[in-house]
Ligand binder design. Structure first.
Ligand SMILES: [Fe+2]
Length: 309
């Protein structure tokens, strides 16, 4: 395996490149895991703790998502118990797929609560997805390509500085899912933030946002931070020089493995693989063990002013 093997007790340093932290199942050192993630490292579980029975696995491996349209993935929205991106799939198949993704979403939530108790109840369970298409050579417009290094930002779900944490499992019975990672957001922002454009502080009209947050209301409008992160995502993918010359570490996630990382911190690209499950969590920025490592705080240091209410 080309990935670097690191001991889970490795002391914490300011990481500029992600490391893989191998974790036994069940983990015996949960207290350290949040810090490892927040530094930009990847938690790796060699044996997938999610149980998928043989019939459901066979059903998932039989799915062929249409290449047409704009959906990159089949997505399950837990809050609405709704499935999207299934194209012309027969209703009984869509119902079965929804049930499997709901089970995965529930499992990922319970698993995360167990291994990262400090985050528990301070997250929004975002979408789960199923990725049945081979990533290698997949046709997509440039800014939608998965095989170009980037950090994640969601056009439809602004986070206002909250974090994007994703739980992946490779259900492919025979092939690895292959990633590369490059520098973490910290180094990338120092190099490129000015080129992308320093965002302004939130305007007076965004005072409502502060009130909404205080009342626990989810905000749909973008903060200056969200607008920057979207521009940054596109900037990295469009930057041919960066894509060619950036530091690249290759990771091969074998069949049956699980990995977790902050994809707003870890710059990543998927080179090959098909048949992966994924669940996204938006973790409160106020739940961080190392708040100074949050992209919003890194960016605010560079800008010299707040970027979200
Ligand atoms: Fe991504």
């Amino acid at each position: 395996m080309a990935a670097e093997h690191q001991d889970a007790d490795t002391s914490l340093v300011s990481e500029r490149v992600s490391r893989r932290i191998d974790v036994a199942t069940p983990p015996s050192h949960a207290a350290h895991l949040a810090r490892e993630l927040e530094c930009g490292n990847i938690l790796f579980f060699p044996r997938m703790p999610f149980h998928l029975n043989a019939e459901d696995r066979a059903f998932l491996l039989d799915q062929k998502q249409t290449q047409a349209g704009f959906h990159k993935n089949i997505a399950y929205r837990p809050a609405q118990n709704r499935l999207t991106g299934t194209g012309q799939m027969p209703a009984h198949d869509a119902a079965r797929l929804k049930a499997i993704l709901a089970a995965y979403s529930n499992w990922a939530t319970a698993f995360l609560a167990e291994i990262l108790p400090e985050y528990s109840a301070r997250w929004v369970r975002d979408f789960a997805s199923y990725r049945p298409i081979e990533e290698k050579g997949r046709a997509a417009r440039l800014t939608a390509r998965n095989d170009l290094a980037h950090v994640d930002a969601f056009p439809t779900r602004p986070t206002h500085g909250d974090r994007i944490l994703r739980v992946f499992v490779n259900i492919n019975p025979a092939h690895d899912r292959v990633w590369i990672t490059s520098e973490t957001f910290e180094g990338l922002a120092e190099r490129f933030a000015r080129q992308v454009g320093i965002p302004k502080a939130p305007s007076g009209s965004q005072v409502f946002g502060k009130m909404a947050r205080a009342l626990g209301i989810r905000q749909w409008s973008r903060s200056p931070y969200d607008a920057f992160m979207l521009r940054f995502h596109d900037f990295l993918k469009q930057n041919a020089e960066f894509q060619r010359d950036c530091t690249k570490h290759q990771w091969e996630f074998p069949p049956g493995s699980c990995w977790i990382c902050y994809t707003d911190m870890v710059s990543h690209a998927v080179l090959s693989g098909r048949f992966a499950l994924e669940q996204t969590f938006l973790i409160s920025r106020h739940a961080m063990a190392l708040p100074e490592k949050s992209p919003i705080r890194i960016l605010e240091r560079i800008c010299g002013h707040p970027l979200a209410n």
